[in-house]
Design a binder for this molecule. Structure first.
Ligand code: HEM
Length: 397
């Protein structure tokens, strides 16, 4: 079996499933070569993926959490940006940033999600025939922009600039896109310090944490700015792929939509989890090993990089019955779509609310989903999913 998980064509052609299945069965701890680097370990089993997520002392995020990251850019934010920070700094950051998405913020989040999803789905149904990705990318983008209290006229620009920071052809363009977003967040933070509101930026700027010995700590401006960028990236580049990938299955198998119509809120909730498992847009995570260890009997040296592949864990026959079938009523569903452990997706609640609202609106407004062209996928091995999904949404009634 030819194995190159860094080949963009493998992802664009949606052919990676076979390679991951082979690795899972034959070499679950696999040494992957790199043309211009030292290579990395590839873990494809659910149990080994959980092991890596579960031990951040041994598997560190602070040297980068994905292949292809720029070491200087990572070093500039490590210890300050959640996703590339280890405990104890991570614990402090997570608690302070969590206030912006926590219980107190929930009623506002629910309201924003309901309004955005109803609006976008109604627009898509009115259009009838469309590339569904145009609608799907609006939902997470509008939700996160509204939660951050960004002025309406910036929303499209923010979404496009974030996508550029992930997708642009060359590294310079990516950096330029990031730079523009940092400037925007710096300006917004200054405004919110002057006049706080009930938005995410104001909430985290005001958050306080009591430290041992009675002192209190808060986020620095830099921590707020880089984590706003992190939250925007996490929100924008993932949820669209779950919605569109789920819709594709409803188009391929109309009986699923009929089932959802009668299954009630519990059915919608299980279908959301199955869409997360089935699509798994967060493809790999990377960790750097901090001391000599072994996984599944294979020795791994301190300083080496291990990658864990969520789409493979989510099709692991040892955990899921009939893993290659989309079953909206699947329970239990111990998928790792949001990761696990300390870095477990901080936006999981927001994403689930969006996905529940999306399926609920679909069930009430759409009688049938028809494919009108070939679905096409992006070529990323980091956040993967549909790039185009031409469909016709036939309204109910
Ligand atoms: C279906 C949608 C989503 C998926 C599949 C997803 C997936 C993930 C995964 C797998 C991780 C763990 C990364 C690691 O262990 O290194 C993660 C972390 C994170 N996600 Fe999400 N995410 C989604 C939606 C969101 C949303 C809506 C937000 C923001 C509102 C968000 C913000 C973040 C942030 C800031 C982190 C870093 C947490 C930390 O390091 O403690 N994500 N996400």
């Amino acid at each position: 079996m030819q194995i190159d998980l860094t080949d963009p064509g493998l992802w664009e052609r949606n052919e990676f499933g076979e390679v991951l299945a082979w690795l899972r069965a034959n070499e679950p701890v696999y040494r992957h070569e790199e043309p211009d680097g030292p290579g990395f370990w590839v873990l494809t089993r659910h149990a080994d993926t959980l092991l890596v997520y579960g031990d951040d002392d041994l598997f560190s995020s602070r040297y980068g959490m994905r292949l292809d990251s720029n070491p200087e850019a990572v070093a500039a934010v490590a210890g300050r940006m959640l996703i590339v920070t280890d405990p104890p700094d991570h614990t402090r950051l997570r608690q302070l940033i969590g206030t912006g998405l926590g219980r107190a913020a929930l009623p506002r989040i629910e309201e924003v999600v309901r309004e955005v999803v109803a609006d976008v789905v109604a627009g898509a149904v009115a259009e009838g025939e469309l590339d569904f990705l145009d609608a799907a990318k609006k939902i997470p983008n509008h939700v996160v922009c509204a939660l951050m209290g960004l002025p309406r006229e910036h929303w499209e620009w923010v979404g496009d600039t974030m996508t550029e920071s992930f997708d642009a052809e060359d590294a310079e363009e990516k950096l330029a896109a990031d730079g523009e977003l940092f400037v925007l967040f710096t300006e917004l933070l200054m405004e919110r310090r002057e006049a706080p509101g009930d938005d995410f930026i104001s909430l985290i700027a005001q958050a306080r944490r009591r430290e041992r010995g009675g002192a209190s700590s808060e986020l620095t401006d830099e921590e707020i700015i880089v984590n706003c960028h992190g939250v925007l990236a996490g929100a924008n580049e993932t949820t669209r792929y779950v919605m569109s990938g789920g819709l594709l299955e409803l188009a391929r198998e109309p009986a699923h939509l009929e089932w959802l119509r009668t299954a009630g809120p519990a059915g919608i909730a299980s279908a959301v989890e199955e869409c997360l498992r089935w699509t798994t847009p967060a493809v790999h995570v990377l960790r750097t090993v901090t001391r000599d260890t072994e996984i599944g009997g294979v020795p791994i040296a301190a300083g080496e990089r291990v990658t864990a592949w969520n789409p493979s864990a989510n099709r692991d026959e040892a955990v899921f019955t009939d893993p290659d079938r989309f079953r909206p009523d699947r329970t239990p569903n111990k998928h790792l779509g949001f990761g696990s452990g300390r870095h477990f997706c901080i936006g999981a609640r927001v994403a689930r609310l969006e996905l529940i609202a999306f399926l609920t609106e679909l069930v009430s407004g759409v009688a049938r989903v028809e494919l009108t062209g070939e679905p096409r996928y992006n070529s990323s091995n980091f956040t993967w999913g549909l790039r185009n999904l031409p469909v016709r949404l036939v309204p109910t009634g």
